[in-house]
Design a binder for this molecule. Structure first.
Ligand SMILES: *[C@@H]1O[C@H](CO)[C@@H](O)[C@H](O)[C@H]1NC(C)=O
Length: 444
């Protein structure tokens, strides 16, 4: 586990003395890659054409390679009011009356779309960035509110009431003062926002030095969204890149009903008990062969026995099994929260870096940068923890530029995916192009 992400850590990682890269190094790699993309015109206005619904037939939906995934609707970043035309994270909200909405991250703000009952997307408006633009903007939803952070200095946490969207008829640019339910300023910049709906907690991760939490879990109690309050901090493990937090109901009965977070900590998986916000405890900190940048992950099902973990730099750095640059997902047996075991890996047929994945009904929806959305069936883990039984059941490759060479391990294509709408429509946010409404048509 890392103790800090100071310049010193960055320098030692550059010198090759650290096992994994630090966030400072990773951020600079991306800044350089995206500057080159910008130079090449990939974010230019009118660079991409608007697109109509297109079914996946014989492996293609229009220009996109696909399998069992139809293109239902698409909106370019420029069609959603962005002047930077560059996307990042995404999350969804379902209104009490069942209407479905997306909060689409862009470097200069958050765009709101409705996913109509036929899956088509309607742009409703946007909430601009609180301060400056940043490549990193992250949003999660609890109840009727979306919580938005960014790597922009003094940004803080925007709290926006999604029910404002229910009456919109023409797209509206919301005010970053009068239209906010609240703005939490206990931290300025943050890298990522983790939401735990059951406990009404937001855990901001990767916050800046001034926040005083070493980039660990910065806990914000949003029980009352209008008055978010600081509830505690977990700094012991240093920088946390992302996390999933649950009320634990898994096999390790020592922790039944405790609030447990699985933290993706740059070079380790850290499992922590945050039941007592004032005094969180680390249960284990575990590294693995191939560790390059432990990025994100998700429990494979409600039994809480296995965890899927993605490492963002193993493909590019050709480390461990990822040396062939095929997207590698690590499987962790978390039967014991104090002694998790890495039991195997799944490798995608496609070469690409992995970024974010979310599991729904035994299918993991992976946003894998240049190879787009990849859907894998992980139900076999219950009987085979090696990962050999995992199969790819669908995909939609939103980045055709690298298709002719079989994919590349680069920071291009998709950033994240939201698969949890009851309608089954899946939202995929692409960095360069815009947001896609997709429908998976394969076996469940
Ligand atoms: C969160 O806030 C609510 C309402 O103020 C309070 O009842 C609860 O104890 C708080 N929880 C924590 C963990 O601070």
């Amino acid at each position: 586990m890392k103790t800090s992400t100071t310049l010193l850590a960055a320098v030692s990682a550059l010198a090759g003395s650290a096992a994994a890269e630090s966030m400072a190094v990773l951020k600079q790699m991306k800044i350089d890659a995206w500057a080159a993309q910008n130079e090449a015109g990939v974010y230019d206005i009118n660079r991409y054409a608007a697109q109509a619904a297109t079914s996946c037939v014989n492996g293609k939906a229009g220009e996109y390679q696909c399998k069992n995934v139809d293109l239902v609707s698409f909106l370019r970043h420029q069609d959603m009011g962005s002047s930077t035309r560059k996307g990042n994270d995404i999350w969804g909200w379902t209104a009490p009356n069942g209407r479905e909405f997306g909060a689409v991250g862009q470097t200069d703000g958050t765009a709101f779309v409705e996913v109509k009952s036929d899956g088509s997307l309607v742009y409703l408006g946007r909430l601009p960035t609180q301060t400056t633009s940043s490549s990193w903007r992250d949003m999660k939803v609890i109840g009727n509110h979306v919580y938005i952070g960014a790597e922009s200095s003094n940004h803080g946490l925007q709290v926006f009431d999604m029910t404002k969207l229910l009456t919109i008829t023409t797209p509206k640019t919301f005010s970053i003062s009068s239209d906010l339910t609240a703005r939490f300023t206990g931290f300025g910049n943050s890298h990522n926002i983790v939401a735990h709906e059951e406990t009404k907690m937001i855990y901001a991760v990767g916050t800046g030095t001034a926040a005083g939490c070493s980039g660990g879990l910065y806990m914000v109690n949003v029980t009352n969204p209008a008055t978010p309050t600081s509830a505690g901090c977990l700094s012991a493990g240093g920088y946390v890149h992302d996390a999933q937090c649950v009320i634990y109901k898994g096999p390790d009965t020592r922790y039944t009903n405790k609030e447990i977070c699985f933290n993706f900590n740059e070079d380790t998986l850290d499992i922590v008990d945050v039941t007592n916000k004032k005094s969180p405890t680390t249960l284990s900190s575990t590294s693995y062969n191939g560790a390059s940048y432990t990025h994100q992950g998700w429990l494979s099902d409600d039994s809480m026995r296995y965890l899927l973990l993605d490492d963002e730099l193993d493909e590019q750095n050709k480390k461990g099994v990822a040396a062939n640059q095929r997207t590698t997902t690590y499987i962790v047996d978390i039967k014991s929260l104090t002694a998790p075991k890495f039991t195997g890996t799944y490798q995608s047929p496609a070469k690409a870096i992995d970024h974010n994945q979310y599991v729904k009904n035994g299918l993991s929806y992976q946003a894998n940068y240049g190879s787009g959305l990849r859907i894998i069936n992980v139900k076999s883990l219950a009987t085979d923890p090696t990962g050999k039984g995992i199969t790819e059941v669908g995909y939609f490759d939103c980045h055709p530029e690298d298709d002719s060479v079989g994919g590349k391990a680069e920071f291009v294509g998709t950033w994240s995916v939201y698969p949890y709408f009851k309608s089954g429509f899946v939202l995929l946010n692409s960095i360069e192009r815009g947001v896609y409404s997709l429908k998976y048509t394969g076996p469940q």
